[in-house]
Design a protein around this ligand. Structure first.
Ligand code: SF4
Ligand code: SF4
Length: 282
């Protein structure tokens, strides 16, 4: 069972849901795919056992063989290669590792070199939670390979919880793609509703069954998220109230189930409900 936890915007409580679900289940894998700003480790406090670097393909031009014909620069869709009369300049930050340059080179002057874009950390939290997070190197716009490496650690025989990055862009799609169920976490405000509608379109287009959790329920007294879910026939799986005690715990790096143990059963029930829905859809 692979469950992704996403939200149309940051700060809605996505990680709160993900970590509390993990702590309540215990026997699971937790994969923090928010590789630009991972923060689940603050709450799960894992012991990191191994670190693996994430590398991608970069072209290496053999100056002896290169005739400066410029065909590689013409083929590069990402302006990563620029042909000047006497040299070819390569901007590694722009390269998307498509290998088109190597494919078109008539002199066989391009070979592979590996470029490090980040790392993943693997460890244990709360004794039985297998923890993995990814960390993209600063200034490198290549989150997808890091997310792919995090996801490569998913085991077939376990429950995998994938904490997605905020927003609705490519890294989110890479995270939630091929998961069995997606939890969309939102807040009951017009901003929350706006971003939720976009996120709903994304998960629908990927054909992933999904439901909504409303965090900070009661904030501002706006009912538009619930009305939207009712109109679209989207299940509301859980509501987490807007309470000072919960916000305080979050700011101190504590989980909800730690300060209010009665929530453990609620998160276990949430998993059972998702399992039932996945089986039912299948
Ligand atoms: S296509 Fe090959 S030979 Fe031509 S400029 Fe590029 S590397 Fe050099
Ligand atoms: S691998 Fe693709 S993106 Fe990178 S330099 Fe070659 S053509 Fe451009």
């Amino acid at each position: 069972m692979k469950i992704s936890i996403a939200s149309g915007k940051g700060g809605t409580g996505k990680t709160t849901v993900a970590i509390n679900l993990a702590i309540s289940l215990q026997e699971c894998q937790f994969l923090d795919c928010d590789v630009e700003e991972p923060n689940a480790h603050i709450f799960l406090k894992p012991t990191i056992l191994t670190t693996e670097s994430v590398t991608v393909y970069n072209p290496l031009i053999d100056d002896e063989k290169c005739t400066k014909c410029g065909l590689c620069a013409e083929a590069c869709e990402f302006n990563s290669l620029v042909a000047l009369p006497n040299t070819i300049i390569f901007f590694k930050e722009l390269c998307m590792s498509c290998k088109a340059c190597e494919f078109v080179c008539p002199e066989d002057a391009i070979s592979e070199q590996r470029f490090c874009v980040g790392e993943i950390n693997i460890g244990k939290a709360y004794d039985s939670i297998e923890f993995v997070n990814g960390l993209l190197d600063i200034g490198i716009p290549r989150g997808i390979p890091v997310i792919q490496k995090v996801k490569s650690k998913i085991k077939n025989n376990s429950i995998a919880l994938l904490d997605a990055p905020p927003g609705n862009s490519c890294p989110v799609i890479e995270t939630i793609n091929e998961t069995d169920y997606c939890i969309l976490v939102t807040e009951p405000t017009p901003f929350g509703l706006y971003d939720l509608t976009i996120a709903v379109n994304v998960v629908k287009s990927l054909g992933i069954p999904f439901g909504v959790i409303i965090n900070r329920d009661g904030l501002g007294g706006d009912n538009s998220v619930e009305e939207f879910c009712k109109k679209e026939d989207i299940p509301i799986l859980m509501k987490i109230p807007f309470e000072k005690e919960i916000a305080k715990a979050y700011s101190e790096g504590k989980s909800l189930v730690e300060i209010m143990p009665e929530w453990k059963k609620r998160f276990q029930n949430l998993y059972a409900e998702i399992e039932r829905r996945v089986k039912f859809n299948g």
